[in-house]
Design a protein around this ligand. Sequence first.
Ligand code: PXP
Length: 238
Amino acid sequence: MTKLSVNINKIATIRNARGANEPNVLKAAIDIQAFGAEGITVHPRPDGRHIRYQDVYDIKPIIKTEFNIEGYPTKEFIDMVKKVKPHQVTLVPDPPESLTSNAGWDTIKNKSFLQEVIGELSDAGIRTSIFINTDLDNIAHATKTNTDRIELYTEPYAAMYAKNKEEAIAPFIAAAELAKKIGLKINAGHDLSLENLKYFSEKIPFLSEVSIGHALICDALYFGLERTIKMYKQLLVK
Ligand code: PXP
């Protein structure tokens, strides 16, 4: 069973556009769980342009499913997640000013940095996942960082899906099979959508979790949040 974790950053982006509390991010997180999502993901950035650090503290007590916090491991970020203690932290390598995560970790170059951060999180009882591309050397070295999971960066799959889905999925199958063989659990995310999720999930049936934000919130404009979440979950049914 692959869990659906809904990234609620975009809901905060809409709220922040007017400065008041509409839509209410906490209510959205409660409702999204009630509608069947198995997790909530947030990605606070230092400039607070969508989810803010205060949101992260406020969301934690209302989580009944799984809480995943994504981010670049600055000292401020590490201190915050150690206080919040989510179920999972997903480490991303992008600089704070990035529009969105746009690359995976180089696990060879960053081995000792990741070992240090992951050690600290694991001492705090927090599961870790690292955002990663499909390069097999990178995947092979991911175990040396002591991470529990990897999150496959699926943007290249999504970008090529319409043109040639077999070619698009091939490096992801190879990466996922290697990761499984060396004992890593596998999450996936970025640009997954109603169009491309089913094929990804069928070809890599042992995925632990997908984290989806942008496309799901866009679909909710047309179908509503409840129906949209059910539609995404349906695509994950094996
Ligand atoms: N995974 C990571 C590490 C991300 O940074 C993001 C975007 O915040 C996602 C997954 C979700 O991507 P999308 O919003 O395209 O579904």
